[in-house]
Design a protein around this ligand. Sequence first.
Ligand SMILES: Nc1ncnc2c1ncn2[C@@H]1O[C@H](COP(=O)(O)OP(=O)(O)OP(=O)(O)O)[C@@H](O)[C@H]1O
Ligand SMILES: [Mg+2]
Length: 384
Amino acid sequence: MKIQTNPFENKKFFGRENELSEICKRLGLEDSLIEQCNSFQFTAPRRVGKTFLATEILKKAHEKGYLGIFINVEGCLNEAYFIEKFISKLLESNSLPKKTSTKLQNLRSISITILGTGGAVEWENKKSTIYKELENVFARYNGNAIIVIDELTILLENLKEKASPFLYWLKSLRNEYKNIRWIYCSSMSIDAFIEENNLHKSTIDIESFDLGEFSKEEAISFIEKLSAKKADFNDGCIDYLLKKIEWKLPHYIRILFNEICHLLTENQQVSITIIDQAYSNALNNKDILSYFKIMKADLKQYKEYEKSAYKILEALSHNAAGIGKNTIKTMIYETKNDENDIDRIFNRLKTGGYIMKNEDNKYTFRSPLFRDYWKEQIDKNKIK
Ligand SMILES: Nc1ncnc2c1ncn2[C@@H]1O[C@H](COP(=O)(O)OP(=O)(O)OP(=O)(O)O)[C@@H](O)[C@H]1O
Ligand SMILES: [Mg+2]
């Protein structure tokens, strides 16, 4: 049996012991009296670590003899693409009986032919048979399995009106075959999609798992781990770094750490000056730049709320201390003045990981890095 993980990186997974333990117990991978569930949805903003965590769970499942399947569906433009990919991943696992594999190979050939000819009509004619046959494969499989579907929201958006039957098909699989567990990963916009399309019932049985930042201790240990043999921090500098990035995500810690390493000369210790310089260099880091491309595409999905969202972000980018909700409402009054609409924008920006409420009950950017990048772009007139 082969495990399929996301081959995206050779970076090592760190920490998240509590999260891993809780999920593994709930999925039945670890002995526990806790009530079990067979599906999770990892909801968290971009770059929080959903895919990394799901991949780590697949590794643990593999150690327990489970079949582990990882499918990133972001490139699946329609159902036929999804089915083709799904079948390919099942086949790659090399863990199905020969008869089942042959059946799957046939189904895959049909999907490929349809994809090749772009035949929407042909797909509509064949799809119920293909779905049925796939269900038969599930029915015959009596081992344990975990299937991770990454970037589900993108697929749902591509499926448009077909998203609803697709989600109900997944639900029927979950209800019918309890030996198969599911993890769906998506940035928070899945909730907006479900709400907009009134699809709550199709996902009601899925447990949401809110993934957050590292705890302070975890973040310190992570920096210490990264630093081993590479960097030596002056007293108080790890704390300074954490205050600087505020949002203690491994992704941003790693980016800043790499920038620090680029600046360090031999035997030089990490100082506040180096951290400040690394932080300003990080604003031009390619990972940060690509994040902002994604962010802009995400804001486009806000449609009628896009303009107001930009206004809010622009105002917050110039105000590190934060701005009260009423002041922001006045600012966006021209573009949006309905209370419900305004709340919807705030919620979307919050769940998207762009903004948060601080201790003074004011709104600020979730990450100072985003805030400073945004400000820099506005000052250079690069944001409309
Ligand atoms: N537990 C972890 N240990 C070490 N590094 C991590 C961990 N979690 C995340 N990272 C780092 O953060 C990066 C982003 O993680 P990941 O791709 O899992 O985020 P994501 O939530 O799936 O983001 P997206 O919504 O953009 O797909 C990883 O490439 C990795 O460098
Ligand atoms: Mg991901």
